[in-house]
Design a protein around this ligand. Structure first.
Ligand SMILES: Nc1ncnc2c1ncn2[C@@H]1O[C@H](COP(=O)(O)OP(=O)(O)OP(=O)(O)O)[C@@H](O)[C@H]1O
Length: 345
């Protein structure tokens, strides 16, 4: 069997586990992942700092071996078939190591040569990538002089030189401004659509996972806590209808009435009632009429569509934003700022 005929899933993991030991303490970074990712999927691993996203990617790209369990990529085991896996994949890490003194185009050509392309083919491939990734204006400048967004596009071009069947991107848009992030997402979407290759990325931008990935795998403490399309994850949770009252007694009466709605959850805090229910936005008119008829019309109403942060909160009792801020205080402030603006949107 040659890898060209591999027709099974792009990625399979079975009990994939990785522990780290430092100063006699064991960190269970990844704990027993069982995943199947089909060829051509675009998947985002979403989770807070330290959830195990990078460790998972580093195992799948053969940079570190699993402690236990197994994984295969494009039909090859990441341990016994390390070499074959490397030929099939592209990996764009966090801050790749393109030589700063080189010109962007020369970096691409060297990378192509390193992957076994002839000089002519490497030049041709570099030219294609410069075109595809809109690097024309910067390809003939030194890498060290490029902006963050240009540098990221060059990193991605580096990962694409050998037409990988599976592309791994570790936090591709971290550190980019919103405009560059949007451009990069558009680029990833286009590359995925045109190449039909499998794309796996990690992110802690909710908005990115939401906008980009057909499938979102939410990880926390080294485990998968949800795995579905962003749309299903959110619609499964339901909309939040928040009703404000003049006093707590009214709120309590309204809550008692709302608890009769099937498949809903009601929470009261002082003079506000939170109702979580599927398609809440569609039923709000009827709901208000009923409450008015029962003598408990609210004084304020807000309806919020669920975000992936709500999904995370529902699953873990914590917000991605909180974990973002507390797990790694040295983290760049851009992260939490971004997540704030996403939630506010
Ligand atoms: N080489 C290592 N030695 C010791 N601990 C490690 C090592 N690499 C990762 N860890 C720990 O494993 C856990 C998972 O880290 P990992 O980098 O996979 O998380 P992540 O989800 O990618 O987070 P981030 O969003 O911050 O990149 C963390 O607790 C981390 O401190």
């Amino acid at each position: 069997m040659t890898h060209h005929h591999h027709t099974g899933p792009a990625i399979v993991t079975r009990g994939l586990t990785r522990h780290f030991t430092s100063r006699k303490q064991t960190v269970e970074a990844v704990q027993g992942l069982d995943l199947e990712i089909e060829q051509g999927e675009l998947v985002a691993f979403l989770g807070p700092n330290g959830a195990g996203k990078s460790t998972t990617l580093r195992m799948l790209t053969t940079l570190i071996p699993p402690t236990s369990g197994s994984a295969s990529v494009a039909g090859h085991d990441v341990v016994t078939g390390q070499r074959a896996v490397r030929q099939e994949i592209g990996f764009v890490g966090q801050g790749n190591g393109a030589g700063h003194r080189q010109l962007g185009r020369d970096e691409l050509i060297s990378q192509g040569r390193a992957h076994g392309l002839s000089r002519v083919d490497a030049r041709r491939r570099a030219a294609e990538l410069v075109e595809d990734l809109d690097l024309g204006a910067v390809a003939d400048r030194k890498v060290s002089s490029l902006s963050g967004g240009q540098r990221r596009r060059l990193d991605i071009a580096m990962g694409l030189v050998h037409l990988p069947r599976v592309l791994f991107l570790d936090e591709p848009s971290t550190g980019l401004d919103p405009q560059n992030r949007a451009n990069l997402q558009e680029l990833i979407r286009r590359l995925h659509a045109e190449s039909g290759s499998t794309v796996v990325l990690t992110t802690h931008y909710l908005e990115e996972a939401d906008a980009l990935a057909g499938r979102v795998i939410v990880v926390d403490h080294g485990r998968v806590i949800a795995d579905d399309s962003a749309v299903s994850l959110k619609s499964g949770l339901g909309d939040l209808v928040r009703l404000g009252y003049a006093d707590p007694a009214q709120a309590a009466r309204a809550a008692a009435r709302l608890e009769r709605i099937p498949d809903s959850r009601v929470a009261v805090t002082d003079d506000a009632v939170d109702l979580r229910v599927k398609d809440g936005s569609a039923m709000v008119g009827e709901l208000l009429a009923d409450l008015a008829a029962d003598g408990v019309p609210p004084t304020r109403v807000e309806v919020a569509r669920p975000t992936l942060d709500d999904v995370f909160l529902d699953l873990t009792g914590r917000s991605l934003r909180e974990t973002q801020q507390t797990t790694d205080p040295s983290d760049e402030p851009t992260h939490s700022t971004e997540i704030d603006s996403e939630v506010a949107a």
